[in-house]
Design a binder for this molecule. Sequence first.
Ligand code: SF4
Length: 308
Amino acid sequence: MSGKYKYLFGPVPSRRLGRSLGIDVTPFKTCSFDCVFCQLGCTTHLATERGEFVPFDEVCAELERWLAEDGRADYITFAGSGEPTLYSRLGELIDFIKARTEIPVIVLSNGTLLYQPAVREQLLNADIVKVSLSAWDEASFQRINRPAPGLCFELLLSGESDFRAEFGGQLWLEAFLMEGINAAPEQVRQIAAAVATVRPDRIQLNTAVRPPAEVTARPVAAETLEALCECFEPRAEAVTSFDAAPVSGTGELSSDGLVGLIHRHPATAEQLAAISGADVAAIRAALAPFLEVGRIQVEVRDGDTYYK
Ligand code: SF4
């Protein structure tokens, strides 16, 4: 995708979702959480008030253009620079997409606003809604998710449960586990008990494979994550945030497109090469000028160099 799109990014290939077009409807970084594990860094606009942060008509125009010029994706995913349910016209956007294409719509949400009936209603036409739950009580919730004032663990849990009762689509739930914070077996069992009250169709366990907001958010070893899947019913699946898979002939990204992607999904040159079909040296060369002027940065984590 070229840099001509402001609100659309990717499509990002992933083993889990295939080729997914991202839609970003919140300015960086607008969220009701400030999670210690956030790959986007610290929340700069901690908010629970919804708004039309980006012009609805412009997002629709970009979608129309993308559908006409490309239109090839396995999913259209609301994700990006913050919490998508903070966008007050999210429901209208979902309806706009559903009226024009059969491509399934996914909303990646932290679930915090689902206690509001109006927010739940706006998500009803999505095909998949993925929510998160990484804490087991108020203290762990405050420590891990660092929510906006007015939010609490019980509200999150009841909102997600109420949504489950009303939503006919697929409800997925992701728990983000970190060593020394919420990955001890007893802690995970308590998270699993809370998750059971939500009754999601699928449960995914993720860990900090990308640079997180806080260095204290250390990853759980792959084999530990796999073993912890057993604590959940239905059994959880271990996922990582960036399991990009090579796709042939689909992923040409301009330099601007790469930078747009990196800002939302910190990535290594190897991961970007897999997405774009370019070789690793070409990716590094394309990004060098942006590094030089400070538009992007690098961070080394576990020996891997991430652009962000
Ligand atoms: S991980 Fe998601 S919910 Fe948490 S601060 Fe980042 S964008 Fe918000």
